[in-house]
Design a protein around this ligand. Structure first.
Ligand code: SF4
Ligand code: FES
Length: 230
């Protein structure tokens, strides 16, 4: 089938401002939007710039706005979005070039919540055991691939770029609710601060945007209750 793809292009070193370039390509309806971009780059315009790696929804590198919604290009089929596709970079971050945004501050915020197990107790002879019920508490948030779709869909983040954002809070949840972890006191500075979880206004854009189906807003509500009542 023939697909018309509008891509928001911008090279800060040569372009005065962003513009839309339109490409018409032949693809299968069962191809992904990533295949459309690859077809453009490999056969029409080699200067088109975007991130991708695994092409299977695992690495999180090709999150972008597709017809106005944050999605992974490698998990979005052409037949889901139709033969007129508009592709734009995620909102809220500086564009490095075309669909590539600067994620340095995103990963700084991720690091600020200390997304790793904190437990200074002497390790046991075997494993640190955990019941299935305890594991279940954070099962959903283990699925995050750090694509950034949730944070860049969040109006609270658009309004205040200091907000640590849903993605970092999902990863804080993953450890805060791990029965083996004892690091809440070390995380509360980032998670419970003025720019932490309280900036969430339960708008649910993050949950809607997550390509892994994580209940992002619920995770942030879990964290709020933990800070208030534990
Ligand atoms: S919670 Fe979902 S949308 Fe947010 S970074 Fe993780 S995988 Fe991406
Ligand atoms: S290229 Fe890895 S998630 Fe899409």
């Amino acid at each position: 089938m023939e697909v018309t793809c509008r891509v928001r292009r911008y090279n800060p070193t040569t372009d005065e401002k962003p513009y839309y370039a339109t490409y018409t390509v032949e693809v299968e309806s069962t191809d992904r939007v990533l295949d459309v971009l690859n077809e453009i780059k490999w056969h029409h315009d080699g200067t088109l710039t975007y991130r991708r790696s695994c092409a299977h929804g695992v690495c999180g590198s090709d999150a972008m706005r597709i017809n106005g919604r944050n999605r992974l290009a490698c998990k979005t089929l052409v037949k889901e979005v139709g033969d007129r596709i508009t592709v734009e970079p995620m909102m809220g971050f500086e564009v490095v070039r075309d669909l590539v945004v600067d994620l340095d501050s995103f990963f700084e915020k991720y690091k600020s919540v200390k997304p790793y197990l904190i437990n200074d107790d002497p390790p046991p002879a075997g494993e640190r055991l955990q019941s299935p019920e305890e594991r279940e508490l954070y099962d959903d948030t283990t699925k995050c691939i750090l694509c950034g779709a949730c944070t860049t869909a969040c109006p609270s983040f658009w309004g205040n770029r200091e907000f640590v954002g849903p993605a970092a809070l999902v990863n804080a949840h993953r450890f805060i609710f791990d029965s083996r972890d004892k690091g809440l006191d070390q995380r509360v500075g980032a998670v419970g601060s003025r720019e932490g979880v309280w900036r969430c206004r339960t708008i649910f854009n993050c949950t809607d945007a997550c390509p892994r189906g994580i209940k992002v807003t619920k995770a942030m509500e879990d964290v709020k209750r933990k800070l208030l009542y534990d």
